[in-house]
Design a protein around this ligand. Structure first.
Ligand SMILES: *Cc1c(COP(=O)(O)O)cnc(C)c1O
Length: 334
C-alpha cells in the first residue's frame, strides 16, 4: 500500500513559527477539519496536544468525537449546536440559533465580507438577543477573511469591520467572550496580534500561501507521500504504457508500476504534462485508479513531499492536494 509519513519535527517547527506570531501556544486553535487537511485526524491531534495546544477546530460532531480526548475546547464549524462539555458550535445563520439545543455553547460568526457564512453586521444585536432567548451560552464571536493571502487593503478593511463588531458586542454587555478572526495567512502576515485565538490550518501543515512579495516566514511541509512497487518490466523502444498508450518508450527502458492512483485521491492530471515526483521522475502515461508508472526499480518512491509544488503542477492549491488524499492510506509519524 502507498503510505504517508508525517514529519513531527517539521510540524513543531511550523507551530513554533506561529507561536512567535501569537506570543503564546495558548492562543493557537489548530484546524483539523477534513481529516486534518488529509494529514490524519488522530495523528495530528496527538501531536498538537503534545505540543501543548488545547483548542481544535473541526467540521462536525463526527470529527469532534474522534479527537475529544486530546483537547479542552473543540470549535465545530458546521453542525447543529448541542449541549456538550467540550464542543462549542459556530452559528452561521439566524436559523442555526433557532435549531440549537438549550444550554449549547456557541461562537457567533459575523459576515464581514466573505459572504459565505455568518450573520450580517446589521443583525448583530438581534442575533445576540436571540441567543439569550434560546438559552445558549455565547463564548465567542468570530469572522473569516476572504483575502488574507492577497497583497491589498482588503484584509485591513475587513479587520476594521470586525473591530466595529467587537465594540458592539462589548457594548451589549459581553465582557468575557473570545474574539477570533485570524487564519494562517492573517497570522503569518501580522506584526501585532491582538485577539484571543488564531485558527490555523495550512500554515501548521507547512505551507505559507502568501505571495512572495511578503516577507515570508519559512515553513516546512509535514506530509510526504510514498508508493510501493507492484511490478517491473522492460519496455522495448516504441512500446507504450497504460490506458490510451499515451507514453511511448523512446528507448529500451526499465519501468515499474507503483500502487498509487486516483482512487487514493491522487490527481489523475494530464499525461501530456506529466507530473514530476519528489525525485523528479515524470509519471509515465495516464494514472490508473490504483497505479501509476515510473522509470524506476526502487521498492518505494517518494511521489510528493511538498503539496505546494505539486499544486503548481496541477494549477490548484496545496489545500486541495492534501485534503484529497484518501483516509485509507496508512499514515505514520516520523
Ligand atoms: C479552514 C478554516 C480556517 C483555517 O484556514 P487556513 O487558511 O488553513 O489557516 C480558519 N477559520 C475557518 C472558519 C475555516 O473554515
Amino acid at each position: 500500500m502507498a503510505f504517508i509519513k508525517i514529519n513531527k519535527q517539521n510540524f513543531y517547527h511550523n507551530l513554533n513559527q506561529i507561536v512567535l506570531q501569537t506570543g503564546s501556544v495558548d492562543k493557537i486553535a489548530i484546524v483539523l477539519k477534513d481529516n486534518a487537511y488529509g494529514h490524519g485526524l488522530e495523528h495530528i491531534a496527538t501531536l498538537a496536544s503534545e505540543f501543548g495546544i488545547t483548542y481544535a477546530v473541526v467540521r462536525d460532531h463526527i470529527e469532534a468525537a474522534q479527537i475529544e480526548a486530546y483537547f479542552q475546547t473543540i470549535i465545530v464549524l458546521n453542525d447543529t449546536a448541542r449541549k456538550h462539555s467540550k464542543c462549542t458550535y459556530v452559528i452561521n445563520s439566524i436559523e442555526a440559533i433557532n435549531n440549537a439545543e438549550k444550554g449549547a455553547k456557541v461562537e457567533l460568526k459575523i459576515d464581514t465580507g466573505m459572504h459565505r457564512n455568518g450573520i450580517t453586521m446589521h443583525s448583530l444585536e438581534d442575533a445576540l438577543e436571540k441567543i439569550e432567548k434560546q438559552g445558549l451560552k455565547l463564548v465567542g464571536v468570530m469572522t473569516h477573511y476572504r483575502s488574507a493571502d492577497v497583497l491589498s487593503s482588503e484584509l485591513f478593511w475587513q479587520q476594521k469591520q470586525f473591530e466595529e463588531v467587537k465594540q458592539r458586542v462589548k457594548k451589549a454587555g459581553y465582557t468575557t467572550v473570545r474574539f477570533h478572526s485570524y487564519n494562517s495567512a492573517a497570522t503569518l502576515r501580522t506584526k501585532h496580534f491582538n485577539e484571543d485565538l488564531v485558527r490555523v490550518g495550512i500554515g501548521a501543515y507547512g505551507y505559507n500561501e502568501l505571495p512572495d512579495s511578503f516577507d515570508k516566514i519559512a515553513l516546512k511541509p509535514v506530509l510526504s507521500l510514498y508508493a510501493k512497487k507492484i511490478s517491473t518490466r522492460t519496455l522495448a523502444q516504441g512500446q507504450c504504457v497504460g490506458y490510451g498508450g499515451d507514453f511511448i518508450a523512446p528507448k529500451t527502458m526499465r519501468v515499474s508500476t507503483y500502487d498509487l492512483g486516483y482512487g487514493d485521491g491522487w490527481c489523475r492530471g494530464d499525461s501530456n504534462q506529466p507530473f514530476l515526483t519528489a525525485e523528479n521522475l515524470p509519471i509515465l502515461g495516464r494514472v490508473s485508479m490504483d497505479s501509476l508508472s515510473l522509470e524506476s526499480e526502487q521498492e518505494k518512491v517518494c511521489i510528493m513531499n511538498n503539496a505546494q509544488n505539486a499544486a503548481k503542477q496541477w494549477g490548484t492549491i496545496s489545500y486541495e492536494v492534501t485534503t484529497a488524499l484518501s483516509k485509507d492510506i496508512q499514515r505514520e509519524i516520523i
